[in-house]
Design a binder for this molecule. Structure first.
Ligand code: GDP
Ligand code: MG
Length: 170
């Protein structure tokens, strides 16, 4: 039968990786070149249909700055899913993503569905993080991996759809 569920989802990752841009693309179908930095966190919601179910994502887009780190548990605690975002043109952002994964593995909900998103995939000429390296890392750590572009919309809906498919059904 039909099943509707709500799922709390948090985006984590370095400032500038494109978390807010991914959410803006997913929720409003828009992209802006000069996206303002997020202060604290911002809330959005969007619904995805998967087979006979609809999943209403309650999305917390966090800031990413170190000075807001102590607030992060408020957003990932109780979350059914997390998208850890890095920028494929920025090695430090990939290192930061791995730290988020460690923190979620230690402190997060053990059944959390985790996605690793290598964003800015449109900037291939500036790539610093190989897709194979990220894929291997994701596989070893039980995440699923996709390269995304909030700018071109590549794989953006797909990440949310894949999460929705993997959520434990009520
Ligand atoms: P956040 O700090 O993680 O929320 O990152 P933002 O969403 O604020 O994005 C930081 C900057 O990167 C902004 O100038 C965005 O326009 C840009 N940006 C975000 N996603 C992409 C993308 O997929 N491709 C390109 N080329 N730029 C992006
Ligand atoms: Mg932001």
């Amino acid at each position: 039968g039909n099943k509707n569920m709500n799922a709390k989802l948090v985006l984590l990752g370095d400032v500038g990786a494109g978390k807010s841009s991914l959410v803006l693309r997913f929720v409003k179908g828009q992209f802006v070149e000069f996206q303002e930095s997020t202060i604290g966190a911002a809330f959005f919601s969007q619904t995805v249909a998967v087979n006979d179910a609809t999943v209403k994502f309650e999305i917390w887009d966090t800031a990413g700055q170190e000075r807001y780190h102590s607030l992060a548990p408020m957003y990932y605690r109780g979350a059914a899913a997390a998208i850890i975002v890095y920028d494929i043109t920025n090695q430090a952002s990939f290192d930061r993503a791995k730290k988020w994964v460690l923190e979620l593995q230690a402190q997060g909900n053990p059944n959390m569905v985790m996605a690793l998103a290598g964003n800015k995939a449109d900037l291939l000429d500036a790539r610093k993080v190989a897709a194979e390296e990220a894929q291997t890392y994701a596989q070893e750590n039980g995440l699923f991996f996709m390269e995304t572009s909030a700018k071109t919309a590549s794989n953006v809906n797909d990440v949310f759809y894949e999460i929705a498919k993997r959520l434990p059904r009520l």
